[in-house]
Design a protein around this ligand. Sequence first.
Ligand code: FAS
Ligand code: PHB
Length: 390
Amino acid sequence: MRTQVGIVGAGPAGLFLAHLLRRAGVDCVILESRSRDYIEKRVRAGVLEQTTVNLMHEVGAGERLKREGMPDPLLDIRFAGGIIHIDLKELTPGKIVTVYGQQEVVKDLIASWVKGGGSIEFEAEALGLDGLNSERPNIRYRKNGREDTIECDFIAGCDGFHGVSRPAIPESVLSIYDRIFPFGWLGIISESTPFPEMTYANHERGFALASRRGPHIARLYVQCAADEDLNLWPDARIWDELHKRLGGARKLTEGKMVQKGITPMRSFVVEPMQHGRLFLAGDSAHIVPPTGAKGLNLAAADVWVLARAFDEFFRTGSRKRLERYSEVCLKRVWKAVRYSSYLTSLLHRFEQHTPFERQLQHTELEYLLNSKAARTTVAENYVGLPFVDD
Ligand code: FAS
Ligand code: PHB
């Protein structure tokens, strides 16, 4: 097979990129190691920044999002000193986020891609990338037990943190920035009435978060050990922790748990995000702790920049935007890493914290409670910084 852009991975990064390339008349092939059913059911992120919502509409996949997406104009942060109300609309001004499950984004993008005549090579696992510094890089992959190669002009590594793209770059070329937090999130989906507003909690027993996926579907998280064993968390124990950490003023209603999973907490960035004719986008290049709800949105922002660079090259032959891709993306990535790390450090319980550090955390929350300037900073990062292209 031969194509202009070989895309490895059909997550948000790969799927958004494919749509943007099709609109620019650039030919691409998408390889996805999992089945369509699997990736459309994979529960992950839930908060879309306005730029990501706009992108869904821009690529023609926003219809259902418009009907079923839940606009979120504010968020609450609970702590021992009270409840911090962060009114996104008032503080940004006028910007909000939209709650809509990542699996719904993936479903809508796949449906839109196929409806427009596109195809995705599902259950096609990329095994390796070769010739990255040549004019004809290629992707070796296996599908139905048969190995094959796709010859490309460029390769977009949209295959997430555990993909083959980042490892295809010689380690000597990469600078790796990595911070593993000493805890994880145990997340559930339950058939129960969710809190009406996004609610984060800093509690002495640990962090908790109340989000939603619909008027009768709650998405809830509790901080747990980094190496937590999910089998030690029967439903009753999860509800008990959620009541204790989120309880207080509002009653949490229980319901049938339909999904449980544990997400590790990590900040990870590689520089540069490109090597020869390979360009990394999304989780293949960076991971943020989900506290700031940035992961999915960063993936969209990366490919928005990458698609413009590919469009410029195939239209004019200029490599200007391609050469600056990594530099342009990393400016926004690091701001999201900063914000996600700040919020993670502010809201979680760190066993190794000294009394001084615990007092500092509490004082920072008190400051947020009483300072509009501090709440504005959280708000402008939560709704997302503008896409950057220069
Ligand atoms: P993705 O990982 O979504 O997609 C990569 C795709 O490449 C996958 O479909 C994978 O199957 C495929 N692939 C991998 N290797 C391949 C190969 N060799 N060949 C072909 N295909 C290959 N973010 C939030 O904002 N909030 C959250 O609550 C949140 N929760 C998360 C929970 C989990 C368990 C994980 C792993 C991530 C979570 N994230 C969250 C982050 C997540 O939403 C990512 O930021 C987002 O999926 C990034 O999208 P992509 O870069 O497209 O990567
Ligand atoms: C979610 O709804 O899954 C969600 C919401 C806010 C976050 C992370 C995840 O910060």
